[in-house]
Design a binder for this molecule. Structure first.
Ligand SMILES: [Zn+2]
Length: 141
């Protein structure tokens, strides 16, 4: 962790504070390019957007995948106020970002949030694998 990392992480925490002040969940993130310049920044807007996926990390990962060449994306760093959730971690992996630096870990965040009350989703399958495979087979080759 360099002094620049800490400065940019504080900027991400500032975006989280901005989100909270706007009535949104308190999470913020930014993306820097290879030279440390800020390319984009976001905060959580899941209340205002009525969108459960409006996490800043996911929005930045989608932006990077859409707007950056793969080699540029690989040279970026995401600074984020909290460790990305599973949804965002998957999007970050698919977007090809090079590095993520976070302030608060999931383990440190969990006691600050209400307990999860939703029951786990029932996952049934595999089913009809031959029919589903026929649609996919050959697509990637
Ligand atoms: Zn997330």
């Amino acid at each position: 962790m360099t002094p620049d990392d800490e400065r940019l992480l504080r900027q991400a925490i500032g975006l989280a504070a901005t989100a909270r002040a706007a009535g949104e969940p308190p999470f913020g993130s930014l993306l820097t390019g290879p030279d440390g310049e800020v390319l984009a920044e976001e905060h959580n807007t899941s209340i205002g957007d009525r969108d459960i996926t409006a996490h800043p990390e996911l929005k930045l990962a989608r932006w990077a995948a859409r707007e950056l060449a793969p080699e540029v994306a690989a040279a970026t760093t995401m600074y984020t106020s909290c460790q990305p959730c599973g949804m965002c971690a998957g999007a970050i992996e698919r977007s090809g970002l090079g590095r993520v630096v976070y302030a608060l870990s999931t383990e440190q965040l969990t006691p600050l949030k209400p307990p999860v009350t939703a029951p786990p989703v029932r996952l049934d399958g595999p089913a009809l694998p031959d029919e589903a495979r026929a649609v996919v087979e050959g697509y990637y080759m």
